[in-house]
Every structure is written in structure tokens, then in C-alpha cells.
Design a protein. Sequence first.
Length: 52
Amino acid sequence: MKVVISAAGTGGHINPALAIANKIRKEEPGSEIIFIGTNRGLENDLVPRSRL
């Protein structure tokens, strides 16, 4: 499964998006998940740290 998730700015958007991505990975281990965000939001720290 290929999934694109767009979440940017605050943890209020990014953390739920990461939870959804983790659930997808658990249910469909071969999934490709791509995040789209901004250059200056928290997503630049939180998404890479999540190792998705």
C-alpha cells in the first residue's frame, strides 16, 4: 500500500498523523508512507525521529 500523509506545523497535527502511519505499518508491513509538510514546522524533527 502507498500512503501520503500531509501534516505540518504543530504536534496536534503531526502526532495523530504518526499514530495513523504506525497503525498502517502494523497492519500492512510493506507499506510505503510519505509525509508532506513544511520546511519550518515540527514535522522536520518529529517525522525523522519516528523512523517511518
